[in-house]
Design a binder for this molecule. Structure first.
Ligand SMILES: [Fe+2]
Length: 178
């Protein structure tokens, strides 16, 4: 279950419907699916995608997504520091970034264009489905104990290459455990 936090305003939203509304008002699509499947630590991409094919396939067909894969990160992942660092700097993509979290968690931070909008993050956990719109400034934090399994879907994988803003804003908000 997701948690939305607006640090500068000391606001935390736990109610899924309120989170969905807050994001929807800002053009960010959010939904929740049932994520009851349990996987072994060494579960393959195919096993994870197959387990959710019943919801994933119709969703992909309805929205024009062509391919999917799985990010599977844990504390013993190879190149963990490099992976964290890559996601931790503010960036945009030319394609929507769509993630379905099936285990663990991660924090999407949003920096919207409207100057009046405070920076906020959504802690996504099993069952949460989020789409970061193309061109939206954001970054992703694995949190203090890196562990996440999430299915990614793409129209064209080249659209997911990060375009870094180099604003440095992420460094103001990212905790010091990295
Ligand atoms: Fe991204």
């Amino acid at each position: 279950m997701a948690i939305l936090t607006i640090p500068d305003n000391h606001i935390i939203i736990n109610n899924p419907l309120e989170i969905k509304q807050y994001l929807s008002d800002r053009g960010i699509w959010f939904d929740q699916w049932t994520a009851g499947e349990k996987f072994n630590p060494d579960a393959t991409q195919d096993e994870i995608i197959s387990a959710y094919a019943y919801v994933l396939k119709p969703f992909m067909e309805a929205n024009g997504y062509k391919t999917s894969d799985v990010i599977n990160i844990h504390k013993d992942s190879e190149n963990l520091l490099a992976i964290r660092t890559k996601f931790l700097a503010e960036h945009t993509h030319s394609e929507d970034e769509v993630r379905f979290f099936v285990d663990g968690q991660g924090y999407f931070w949003f920096h919207l264009e409207d100057q009046d909008e405070p920076i906020f993050n959504v802690c996504c956990q099993a069952g949460d489905l989020i789409s970061v719109p193309a061109g939206t400034k954001h970054w992703f934090d694995l949190g203090p104990e890196p562990f996440v399994k999430a299915i990614r879907v793409f129209i064209d994988q080249s659209g997911w290459i990060p375009d870094y803003t180099n604003s440095g804003l992420d460094q103001k908000y990212n905790p010091k455990y990295v």
